[in-house]
Each structure stands twice: as C-alpha cells, then as structure tokens.
Design a protein around this ligand. Structure first.
Ligand code: AHM
Ligand code: MG
Length: 339
C-alpha cells in the first residue's frame, strides 16, 4: 500500500483543487496534532489521572469532565500562536477566545467540541473531537457575530474518533477522507478516500428511552421501523445508540444508517440537545459530502442562520432516503396541523 500522509494529502488537494491555502493547511495540521495529544491522554485513562469529573459546569449547565477541560486547553494552546486564526469558540467556553495580541491574527475561525460523548469517557467507550472552520469576513476586529454564519459557509470540518483505532475524518468541501493514526510513526495515514454513505439503510440510531417525549413524526418513523418486515416498510431494522455522536456518525459514514437527536418534550423551550456550531454543522457538512443528508426535520442543517454561539438544534442525518423520509413526515404533520 502506498502510504499517503495527511500533509501530502493536503498539499495534493491544494495543487489539484486550490481549496487548501497555506493558513488552512496549517490549521488542519495543528488541529490534527492536538487530537494526537488528546488521544494520548484518553488512552492513558486512570494511569494519567484524567478520568472523572472536574467539579465544574460549562455555560450550558453541564458538568465538565477532567478530559473535557484538558482537551479544550490542548486545542487552544495548539492553535493560538500559528497566525492562522482570528478567534476560536468551544462548547466548553462561555464566549469566543481571541488570539492574544502577541501573535498575528489569521483569516479563520475555529469552532469545536473538544471531547464529544462525555458520558462515555469513564466507561472506556469511543469518544471524539469535532471541529468546524469558517472564514472571517474581511473587516477589522473579531466578535461573536463573525461566527454566526450558516454551516454552508464552512471551509473545512471533521472529527477525530478515539476508539479501537484513532481516526481523523476530514472534508474541505471535496468529499470525505479518513486517516488512521499510526502510533509507532506518530503520523496520520490516509486509509480511505471518497467515502460514500449508502442512500438506503436498515439501521437507525436514537435514544429510545426518550420515546414518550418525542414529536409525532419521529414516533411515526420509528414505529414503522420497529414494525419490521410485517410493517409498512417491509423490512427489518437494526438499532445502535452509542451516545457519542462521533462514534454514531463514524458508523454511518462507514456503512450507512440514520442518526436522530430530535427535539422532545422534556425541555420544550430547547430546540434540541445537540449544538449547531460544534456538532450539527460539522457533521452535516461531512455527511452531505459523503452523499448523505442532514436536516432539523424541516430544513437543511447547513442553511440554518445561527442567532447565538451555543445554539441548539434538532438533528436528523445519514442515509439520504431515510433522512428525506423523516423530513417528509415532519412537513406532512405541519401541513395537517395547518388545515
Ligand atoms: P456532549 O457534547 O456533552 O458529550 O453531549 C453530546 C452527546 C452526543 O455525542 C450524543 O449523541 C448525545 O450527547 C447522547 O445523549 P444521551 O446521553 O441523551 O443519549
Ligand atoms: Mg458534544
């Protein structure tokens, strides 16, 4: 097998498509290097004293784990000196983080969920880092408002999954590529290109314990899946729920499926659990680039214009035909209600 490193892949992409200028290449390489460091901490687990709660809460009132905080700091330290960023924003920080004055300011804005799947950290189940990159509009200074661009404007997005293998999955708007961390070499090696999600699937991912709180269209879709070969779909479905979006999306990019974290009645004022900027947008971009679809039940995730940094959203993504079906059920319910 011809070994292609992440650097070589990025350089060749720039040569062929001109879509990875120098600052963006540096940004992606720096994020990938930070993920290697996070991976080392994750792998050490109890031996590194990194498991358990940090006894703090983030801006959304969620208890932070030690590894949430460590990963956030690793990503800040890695990114602030390179001259490629104007600012960054993280699921674990209240407001945006500006590049300190002593460093040059770059063109890009980085958003991330430093360690997704927090509830799985202490039980040794796959977790990950998710990131999204936007270009800052060309004007002096930077504020939170610069970040409030729809996901369709992302210039790059990806995640690193810390599982049996550590993998980096990346899009720069020209398909999806996967890299596996070679631990002996300490390098990222291209292991799959042109990732494609099958349009149809027999596998869904949703937290079934919330069933009684779901909206009617979600219930209709899952009921039909559960009815199996004897039901309206005429086929049996399988279910998976890892409770790490990174791991669930990784499975979908690998073999198809539909992932849903819909709005539900537990906290009706919240549009959903997952965050638009750190989770739904980057995953939506990757899934679309692999031939899948991503909506909030009514509109394409990547078309949503955010109104605040930590905005939440209902998420349905994965195999195209299934996502379209769930979205159709939502639209039919709205039409029915307005009659
Ligand atoms: P986190 O960013 O605090 O880890 O929360 C996001 C995670 C997703 O990875 C996953 O899909 C979801 O929360 C699981 O939620 P639940 O425990 O409600 O099933
Ligand atoms: Mg998360």
């Amino acid at each position: 097998m011809k070994i292609i490193s992440l650097t070589q892949y990025l350089v060749e992409q720039q040569r062929q498509h001109g879509n990875i200028p120098g600052q963006l290449r540096l940004l992606i390489e720096v994020v990938a290097r930070a993920c290697k460091r996070i991976s080392i901490s994750v792998n050490k687990g109890a031996l590194g004293g990194v498991l358990g709660s940090a006894q703090t809460e983030n801006v959304q009132g969620e208890v932070q784990k030690k590894l949430d905080i460590i990963s956030n700091e690793v990503l800040i330290e890695a990114n602030e000196w390179g001259g490629h960023l104007a600012a960054l924003a993280s699921e674990e920080m209240d407001t945006i983080h500006l590049v300190p004055n002593r460093y040059p300011q770059g063109e890009y804005l980085l958003m991330y969920d430093p360690l997704d799947g927090s509830s799985n950290i202490d039980v040794n189940v796959s977790i990950g880092t998710i990131f999204s990159v936007l270009k800052k509009a060309d004007h002096e200074g930077v504020s939170e408002r610069d970040f409030l661009q729809p996901g369709a404007q992302q210039v790059a997005a990806g995640y690193c999954v810390y599982g049996p293998q550590t993998m980096l999955v990346l899009t720069v708007g020209d398909g999806v590529a996967m890299f596996t961390l070679d631990r002996e070499q300490g390098s990222w090696t291209l292991t799959q290109e042109n990732v494609r999600i099958p349009e149809d699937t027999r596998e869904f991912a949703i937290n079934m314990s919330n069933m009684r709180h779901w909206d009617a269209p979600v219930k209709r879709y899952i009921d039909e899946c559960l009815a199996g070969a004897e039901g309206p779909r005429g086929k049996d479905f399988n279910m998976r729920w890892i409770a790490s979006m990174v791991a669930d999306v990784h499975r979908i990019l690998t073999r198809g499926g539909v992932f849903m974290y819909p709005w539900d009645k537990r906290e009706p004022q919240k549009p959903g659990k997952l965050r638009l900027m750190y989770e739904a947008n980057p995953m939506g971009f990757l899934v679309e680039q692999a031939g899948g679809a991503a909506t909030n039940g009514r509109e394409r995730i990547l078309d949503i214009v955010p109104s605040k940094l930590h905005e939440r959203v209902s998420v349905i993504l994965g195999s195209k035909n299934e996502v379209e079906r769930v979205t159709r059920y939502h639209l039919e319910a709205t039409e029915e209600a307005s009659k």
